[in-house]
Design a protein around this ligand. Structure first.
Ligand code: URP
Ligand code: ZN
Ligand code: ZN
Length: 466
């Protein structure tokens, strides 16, 4: 099967030009001007953008009570052709076994290509000893949580430091959820004791300083371990500045933010009649000054990627979020967003002049692929890369509705948001999987990917010099 996409504006992380892309089988075989090789299908992309398929390096399918991979076709509809999921580890289950179990759940079910991060949820020496084997099973990143004390997700500083010291020896990228768990626990009780039970207290009990402090502590631990670091879902200015100043000081620390931290403020958590529960995720949504700082950071490269932190909780709002009625601390964390990442970033980033088209591609596809060791197979329109391609119609105008969302639950945090532009056709390895907001392929045809170690965060790290 061959495909020739003609006259589109091909956008990469560094440039753009009007040209043609020729796909043979699953790969991009040629890029140029006036290509005229015979093809089974020719698409005239005049007036459209041609982007690499998105790489969402922050999704939850199963962990935290999220739906499994049956709904991963939502990614494809939204222009994301690769997802990187966090494989949860049950108590007593070895880390590699946890990844094998999670991979078996995705096999023949995931509808876009997929890879995994490890999560350590049973922090002990035998588990830390497994870190060196992660690259052998195609996993090159590992997340530990400074938050969620009292649950199996939590790791103390000692565990994080031990994991970092193992990870750096084999080029595994350490990812940290940075929030100060003790501040959160004390403040949750403080507000609940006063009868302050509404969802907005999720924000007040997780103040910006709780994230800023933990981010600085994670950086300190990484410096002690001499281990590169990737801070996920950065939501506050102070945390972003901590990452920026560590990086500018020569230490390899990088950060991601997420669609909702760029586009939704704390006001959504304060919606009446418990509607705010729909927006409970951690870190919480922040006031506008943080959104402004994050937009500047993604444009200037102080934060390097935008994930969705997609977490479509089984039971959605009506059944699951409402478990927190009368106690904000019991509202399960997480929001869906894998389908909306591209249109939200485009509409509220590119169309509003906050980021360039090149930065958009970089944040949405290229750098996420680099972070997890999937580049240049993924995240790039280049000869030899997988033919994961989005033909994007910038003239489309519409509105996000849950009714048109494929994520499988009863609400969208972006309900009612006007959008400009949308992925008109989405190709996964040369095959059309989504068209004009509809999934059009057979489900379950995503393929497991192998992530290479010593990825982006190790770029300036020379193990032999240490
Ligand atoms: O609220 C969120 N973000 N749920 C998913 C878990 C996490 O910390 O990433
Ligand atoms: Zn997290
Ligand atoms: Zn997450």
């Amino acid at each position: 099967m061959s495909l020739l996409i003609k006259n589109g504006t091909i956008v990469t992380a560094s440039n753009e030009f009007v040209g043609d892309v020729y796909v043979k089988g699953e790969k991009i075989e040629a890029i140029g001007i006036d290509l005229n090789m015979p093809a089974d299908q020719v698409i005239d992309a005049t007036g459209k953008y041609v982007f690499p398929g998105g790489v969402d390096e922050h999704v939850h399918y199963g962990s935290f009570g999220a739906l499994l991979f049956e709904t991963s076709h939502a990614a494809g509809v939204g222009g994301t052709t690769t997802i990187v999921d966090f494989a949860p580890q049950d108590q007593g289950v070895p880390l590699l076994e946890a990844i094998r179990i999670q991979a078996s759940k995705a096999n023949n079910v995931a509808s876009v290509d997929y890879a995994f991060h490890g999560i350590i949820m049973d922090p002990k020496d035998s588990v830390f000893d497994e870190i060196e084997h992660l690259p052998e099973v195609g996993v090159s990143s590992l997340k530990l949580f400074m938050a969620y004390k009292g649950t199996s997700f939590y790791s103390d500083d000692e565990s994080i430091l031990k994991a970092m010291m193992k990870a750096k020896d084999v080029g595994v990228t350490m990812m940290v959820h940075a929030e100060n768990a003790d501040i959160i626990n004390v403040l949750q009780k403080y507000y609940l004791d006063q009868g302050k039970t509404d969802p907005v207290y999720h924000y007040y009990s997780r103040p910006p300083i709780a994230e800023e402090e933990a981010t600085n502590r994670a950086i300190a631990l990484a410096k002690v371990a001499d281990c590169p670091l990737f801070i996920v879902h950065v939501s506050v200015k102070g945390a972003m500045e901590a990452i920026r100043s560590a990086y500018e000081g020569g230490f390899p620390v990088y950060g991601e933010t997420c669609t909702h931290y760029l586009t939704l403020t704390t006001d959504y958590l304060a919606k009446p009649n418990f509607e705010g529960a729909k927006y409970v995720c951690s870190p919480p949504l922040r006031p506008q000054e943080h959104l402004d700082a994050l937009w500047e950071a993604v444009q200037k490269g102080w934060l390097v990627s935008v994930g969705s932190d997609h977490c479509a909780l089984v039971g959605g709002y009506e059944i699951t979020k409402k478990k927190g009625l009368g106690n904000f601390a019991k509202i399960p964390n997480g929001c869906p967003g894998v389908q909306d990442r591209m249109v939200m970033l485009w509409t509220y980033g590119v169309c509003e002049g906050k980021i360039t088209r090149q930065r958009f591609v970089d944040l949405f596809a290229t750098t996420p692929a680099r972070v997890v060791g999937l580049y240049p197979q993924k995240g790039q329109i280049a000869v030899g890369s997988d033919a994961d391609i989005v033909i994007f119609d910038p003239n489309f105008k519409g509105t996000i509705t849950n009714a048109e969302s494929y994520h499988g639950i009863d609400y969208s945090p972006f309900e009612g948001f006007p959008i400009k532009g949308r992925p008109e056709q989405v190709f996964l390895r040369g095959k059309l999987i989504a068209k004009e907001g509809k999934f059009v392929a057979e489900k379950g045809k995503g393929r497991r990917l192998t992530c290479k170690p010593y990825a982006l965060c190790y770029t300036y790290y020379h193990k032999d010099d240490k």
